[in-house]
Each structure stands twice: as structure tokens, then as C-alpha cells.
Ligand binder design. Structure first.
Ligand SMILES: [Zn+2]
Length: 170
């Protein structure tokens, strides 16, 4: 049932969520904007998703805590992604995270893609991302709007069986 999941983000932020399936992979994307952290104080992204894979189904939980900037203007963003099923079969994982402030400045050095060659059930990635906001304007832009785009790719869990596919005519 698609009824209320055990863990889901506070609905004050609308999350555009998409799911894709490829020949050997699955991808989940989450796009959202966190507005007015100065009023919210903090907001937690907390999403669970599963691949419903024909080969090796896997389940995941991702969490990020966005907080208002402290007086020191060094902001931390705890990020965790856990594989919550109990299978011993490994999959490959790729995570892309892009975070910008209200004027489009990239934050938290999130341009790089994280790749994990092998993660089994119960495995977890935890990272503490840090950004220094060097001026009061940058703090204001940070607290005004954070635009977040997260893509989680799960690979090497199935391969397409071609027997049901139509072979192209030569
Ligand atoms: Zn799969």
C-alpha cells in the first residue's frame, strides 16, 4: 500500500520525486526547495524508497538535516543513506547532490558524485557536509532559499532478459 510511509519528510516542503529503471540500474531523484530556514530553524529530509527490482530488490532510507545558520556562519549538513534490507548481495551505489542558495551559489562542495562499489543490506553512508558563509548577505541567501537536487542510483542488481524483447529485423 502507498499509505503513509513510516518515515517521510515534513510536508511543509514539497518534494518532486521521480523513479527510473534501466537495463541494469534504478535511479531516484528528489528535487525540492527549503524556504526560510530562519523561521523554520531546521527541516529534515527523511525519505524511504525501494527498487522493486526483478533481480534483487533493495530498500533505502535517506536523511539530511538542514539548519538555520549559527552566528559563526559555519553551517553543517548531516547526510546519511542507509540500505535497509537485510540481503547479503551487494549493489553498486552512486549519489549526486546539488545544493544552491537563493542566488544560485553552489554550497557544500556538492559538485562531485559519490560512488560506492559495493554496499550490502544494513550498509550505511554518513557524511557531515560543511559550508562557510563568509558574509551576512550569504547567510541571508542561505536562509532565504536552498534548492536541493538529489539523485540516488542503484546499479548491478538486475540485467535485462532479452527473450521477451523483439529482435530488430536485419
Ligand atoms: Zn534492479
Amino acid at each position: 500500500m502507498a499509505a503513509a510511509a513510516a518515515a517521510s519528510s515534513d510536508e511543509s516542503v514539497e518534494i518532486a520525486r521521480k523513479e527510473y529503471i534501466g537495463t541494469t540500474w534504478h535511479a531516484f531523484s528528489f528535487k525540492f526547495a527549503v524556504l526560510h530556514l530562519d523561521d523554520l530553524q531546521s527541516w529534515t529530509f527523511h525519505e524511504e524508497f525501494d527498487t522493486d527490482c526483478p533481480g534483487m530488490p533493495t530498500s533505502w532510507m535517506c536523511k539530511m538535516v538542514f539548519a538555520k545558520a549559527p552566528i559563526t556562519a559555519i553551517v553543517n549538513l548531516p547526510f546519511s543513506l542507509k540500505r535497509t534490507d537485510s540481503s547479503d548481495d551487494p549493489v553498486k551505489l552512486r549519489v549526486s547532490l546539488h545544493i544552491c542558495d537563493a542566488i544560485g551559489t553552489h554550497l557544500f562542495n556538492t559538485e562531485e558524485r559519490l560512488e560506492i562499489e559495493s554496499i550490502c543490506g544494513g550498509g550505511e553512508i554518513e557524511k557531515e557536509l560543511t559550508e562557510i558563509l563568509p558574509s551576512i548577505e550569504r547567510v541571508e541567501f542561505y536562509e532565504m532559499k536552498l534548492f536541493v537536487y538529489l539523485i540516488v542510483e542503484i546499479l548491478s542488481c538486475h540485467t535485462v532478459t532479452w527473450e521477451n524483447k523483439t529482435t530488430p529485423e536485419l
